[in-house]
Design a protein around this ligand. Structure first.
Ligand code: KG4
Ligand code: ZN
Length: 330
């Protein structure tokens, strides 16, 4: 049995969790800074770092107290080392090093995107490999061919804005608060997708481009003052989610896989989930989503991913540094 202690602090959530063998959450606590950053319309890195510093020690204490786990029983400390914001990452990394040193257990450097993926594998044991992964977060939009837990090939990606970023930017144009994804999702429920926004074309058949769509919405709003925010939100969401599912299905057919794993914050989107469900019936492809709560950043997924490294004996040294631009699959 392995108890992995997970730490996540790459952006605006400070999160701590203990997960057993990558499948059982023993305890978890997350402090979200969303309300603070919403005042500025986005994450302010310096403020995020300061909040992580304030939050991390009390959260560790809460998790240890509530779980009643003896530090002697912890097998390893797993921490996100990238991608993410340098300052916030360093808070988690420094704390993880201190715990690993004090508890005399190995340190594991987890790629945050592998963490998002493990938010699905933590709960869903029906996925067979190889499969495709649609990674859709605030900074990433990729279609990956996943041969095994540590072997990926990027077969398509956004050439400009990430999917989540486009939700955030369009929400801002619509006067909705940060983070925009859940706000657009909510507004769209009271609207109709009556406007046909163009699905951006790309040279690579599995690539995405969201920056042109964002500009299109901007001009649309400038030229049409009477439109309902809810209808624009629904129309934008429809354009993005149908494109994401369409390309993922096309890639699955070409690569001959029948499972598609959806990971990252945008995987919480209700229209994306509905479209995936429809495609599942139509094409016989199984879509796998994380539970809603685990779509956005959390330490349970980092501890679950940490177990994958632990099983392979892949550990980090105490000179571990943050890698803000760490690529998926590295
Ligand atoms: O994975 P995540 O928590 O952080 C990163 O690693 O980037 O993803 C955050 C992104 C934000 O852009 C947020 O607006 C988006 O995920 N998001 C959503 C929804 N919930 C979060 N986008 C669309 N619909 C949602 N329901
Ligand atoms: Zn994330």
């Amino acid at each position: 049995m392995a108890l992995i202690f997970g730490i996540e602090s790459s952006c605006d959530e400070t999160s701590i969790a203990i997960v057993e063998n990558g499948e059982k959450i023993i305890a978890e606590k997350t402090a979200s800074q969303i309300a603070t950053h919403a005042l500025y319309g986005g994450v302010v890195p310096e403020i995020a770092s300061r909040h992580h510093l304030e939050n991390i020690a009390p959260l560790v204490k809460m998790v240890m107290d509530e779980s009643k786990v003896d530090p002697m029983d912890i097998s390893a400390v797993a921490v996100t080392y990238g991608p993410g914001l340098a300052g916030p990452l360093l808070v988690g990394i420094s704390y993880a090093k201190a715990l690993s040193y004090a508890w005399k257990v190995p340190l594991i450097a987890v790629n945050h995107m592998l963490g998002h993926l493990n938010a699905v594998f933590l709960f869903d044991k029906s996925i067979t490999l190889p499969c495709l992964v649609l990674m859709v977060s605030g900074a990433h939009t990729e279609i990956l061919y996943m041969g095994s837990m540590f072997s990926y090939k990027i077969i398509g990606k956004s050439i400009d804005d990430a999917a989540g970023e486009s939700f955030d930017k369009v929400a801002r144009m619509l006067g909705l608060p940060y983070p925009g994804g859940p706000e657009i999702d909510r507004a769209a429920r009271n609207g109709k997708a009556i406007y046909k926004f163009p699905q951006p074309k790309t040279k690579g058949k599995y690539d995405f481009s969201f920056s042109g769509l964002k500009t299109h919405v901007r001009y649309f709003l400038r030229d049409n003052e009477e439109v309902k925010v809810e209808d624009v939100a629904a129309s934008f969401q429809e354009t993005v989610t149908s494109l994401l599912v369409k390309k993922a299905v096309k890639a699955a057919k070409e690569y001959g896989v029948s499972h598609i794993v959806m990971a990252g914050g945008v995987a919480a989107n209700s229209s994306l989930r509905k479209k995936a469900e429809e495609a599942q019936d139509e094409y016989g492809i199984s879509f796998h989503f994380p539970p809603l709560k685990y779509c956005t950043d959390n330490a349970a997924m980092i501890a679950a991913a940490g177990w994958q490294y632990y099983k392979r004996g892949v550990f980090a040294d105490l000179d571990l540094n943050a890698v803000p631009n760490l690529e998926v699959g590295k």
